[in-house]
Design a protein around this ligand. Sequence first.
Ligand SMILES: Nc1ncnc2c1ncn2[C@@H]1O[C@H](COP(=O)(O)OP(=O)(O)OP(=O)(O)O)[C@@H](O)[C@H]1O
Ligand SMILES: [Mg+2]
Length: 446
Amino acid sequence: MTLTRPPGVGAPPPATVEIPRIPMPAEPQSIEQTGLSMGLLTDLALKTLYLRGQMTLGEIAISLGLPVANVGDKIMDFLKTERLVEIRGGASLSAATYQFVITEKGAEKAQEALARSQYIGRAPVPLAVYVAAVQRQSIANVRVNQEDIVRAFAHLVIPRETLTQLGPAINSGRSIFLFGPPGNGKTTIAEVMIGLLRGEVVLPYAVEVDGQVIKVFDQVYHRPALDLAAQERIRFDHRWVISRRPIVMTGGELTLETLDLIWDETSKMYEAPFQMKANGGIFMVDDFGRQRVSPRDLLNRWIVPLEKRVDYLTLHTGKKIEIPFDMLIVFSTNLDPADLVDEAFLRRIRYKIGIGSPTVEQYEEILRRLCARKQIEYRAEALSQILAYYRKKKIELRSCHPRDVLDQIIDTARFLQRTPALEPDLVDMACESYFVSLNSDGVPAG
Ligand SMILES: Nc1ncnc2c1ncn2[C@@H]1O[C@H](COP(=O)(O)OP(=O)(O)OP(=O)(O)O)[C@@H](O)[C@H]1O
Ligand SMILES: [Mg+2]
């Protein structure tokens, strides 16, 4: 199905937008079908008008992500009857162009509503509707085969056996432990994985529970599948965003608190925790073991969700809510897994995949490809010269080294106003300043 932009004066050239083939939530046809109370909807409209000043009915409806007919108009009718807003004429006879302004009484009400919750923007979707959507678009629906994996990882040099382990691990839609020395591609592998999780999902801007709002859509982790202007022209419930599957990456900053609902006392609303934002996609706990919270406590926090596929979050009232836990969770570490957690814990993580250091052949292949990409002539003598540094400094090969050394050669050549090339003196200068040998305390040994 395609949608063609209508041609118009000053409009960009006609573009064709592919509408994703996913079940999209239908536009609500009545207040009842929004699943929200009239109180929540009128508060939201009133706050919007209070903060933005004069708005048309059409603008208010867009701001709330709701249709004008039978929803936006009913909300504004209610506010008008209560004398909280009034109409200041319209540019035409169409109801959508009526200009609304807030009355004095309306402004007072808006302030009261803001004191209860500062949330403005798209209307939320009820928790039950969110839960059903996550289940419908579960990561368990994703299937990759050998061909997909080989294609997706073709730009990296990865042993076939590792690829054969990664495929079933992705299909499990559960948990993966990637371990191995730094710089051999663990983070890169996780990033490639997300590209394999095909199929769009719909994500709500916000979820409503007990009249409170949890903000879900997050520009940092969520990637709309179409530009937002194109989404506007598709007919569906605009309280949702059509997105690619999320990828949430956290590192050392992860704490147990950030895995529960985050209540903001000032704005009186919740921010969804990382795992809720990751639903339907990948949640990567990078540098696992380097968080302030112990690996054991962190895994303890995951054990029930990982097995039951549901997570329990606590509202500030103490009430617990059940949320689907539907993601591929990837723990990545360059620490020894055996030092991190005991066997009983490690057993809960299904797939444990070691990402080892490259062989000389793999190292050479990475260097060759990089040279080709950077249009630098590959020379076998340069490789021998680089490898000599590993013996001299007693260090191990890493997959990131060819890139780093080559970048250093380019920097040095530019500084010397020469053409970047694998020439002996440039290679030496780059290696001298890049490689450092560490003694057993991790201190540079010269
Ligand atoms: N197998 C590979 N093939 C080609 N390039 C690679 C490969 N592995 C790593 N690289 C290069 O090395 C860089 C660093 O890799 P990455 O950050 O993924 O390593 P890591 O294992 O996550 O390291 P750390 O443990 O320090 O987090 C990548 O951006 C990429 O350029
Ligand atoms: Mg990493």
